[in-house]
Ligand binder design. Structure first.
Ligand code: NAP
Length: 269
């Protein structure tokens, strides 16, 4: 894949140990990107880095809590120390919620989701931006369809994904002419660990997924679609047909889109 824009590219990827992030790491490794991978859990992250190296590329695991600004800065500094710069930052790390707002026993998940999903993206982006400007690189953010429309049981999560969309859409305008592209992804349900780790009403991880994980988009397909959009420097990508169709439908009948969202949560797909 030597014609890939990612051949030799210096990439920082957060949330790389499982799900969509792991799939993006392997896809980028196959294309010859040089990877600096972040997540909190060291063992799973090291395993992904080792698999990337088996595919023939440089990959270093840097255990990081992206919601800690000092740690996010160290992640970026380590990438620059290793490779002399950064060509792409993928803000993918994130957690979710699965609870009606009026059933929550604590608001702690709201604070934690904003800390990780929103501020984690802001911190990594802030510290990487001078390097991305120097390389005329690519900035990628993984939002969610809940960043486009409200979804029941997701209030605190949807807020963080709307915040990400507002932040990256604004930054894209500021960066016009700088050579840095900003691509925001809005995935629908994708098979991953996210629901198992989702905050439930008591503020603890659910432990098992309420979604039919075998019937939704695979992490590999989602990863390929996000990276294809990033390669083409597209402003956004909505991987599912339901998501793309929903954007048009919402203009005509937002209440119908609300009903589709309610049904998707009830069916778990
Ligand atoms: N799966 C879906 O249906 C779906 C749909 C739309 C959008 N998304 C978004 O896609 C992204 C990837 O999620 P996924 O579905 O692949 O879920 P996942 O399998 O749970 O992966 C989440 C990744 O983020 C890492 N992470 C969590 N908290 C972190 C923190 N504080 N600092 C650094 N890394 C952290 C996790 O590793 P550690 O726990 O070890 O840190 C893991 O590597 C998320 O932003 C999610 O919101 C997912």
């Amino acid at each position: 894949m030597s014609s890939s824009p990612f051949a030799g590219a210096r990439v920082v990827l957060t949330g790389a140990s499982t799900g969509i992030g792991r799939a993006m790491a392997l896809e980028l490794a196959g294309a010859g990107a040089r990877l600096v991978l972040a997540a909190r859990g060291r063992d799973a992250l090291e395993a992904v880095a080792a698999r990337c190296r088996e595919l023939g590329t440089a990959a270093e695991a840097v255990p990081t809590d992206v919601g800690d600004e000092a740690a996010a800065r160290r992640l970026i500094e380590r990438a620059v120390e290793l490779h002399g710069g950064i060509d792409m930052l993928v803000n993918n790390a994130g957690r979710t919620l699965w609870s009606r707002f009026d059933e929550l026993e604590t608001l702690e998940p709201f604070r934690e989701l904003m800390r990780v999903n929103y501020f984690g993206s802001v911190y990594c982006t802030y510290h990487a931006l001078p390097h991305l400007k120097a390389s005329r690189g690519r900035l990628v953010a993984v939002s969610s369809l809940t960043g486009k429309t409200g979804v029941p049981t997701r209030s605190g999560y949807a807020a963080t994904k709307h915040a990400m969309a507002g932040f990256f859409d604004s930054l894209r305008i500021e960066l016009a002419g700088s050579g840095v592209s900003v691509t925001v992804a809005y995935p629908d349900f994708v098979a991953s660990e996210t629901r198992k780790n989702a905050f439930g009403p008591d503020g603890r991880p659910l432990g098992e997924s309420p979604v039919a994980e075998g019937k939704v988009m695979t992490a590999e397909r989602c990863a390929r679609l996000i990276l294809r959009a990033a390669a083409a420097r597209r402003r956004e990508v909505i991987p599912s047909f339901r998501g793309r169709f929903g954007q048009w439908l919402k203009l005509l009948s937002p209440a119908l889109v609300d009903r589709i969202a309610r049904r998707a949560i009830a069916r778990g797909r």
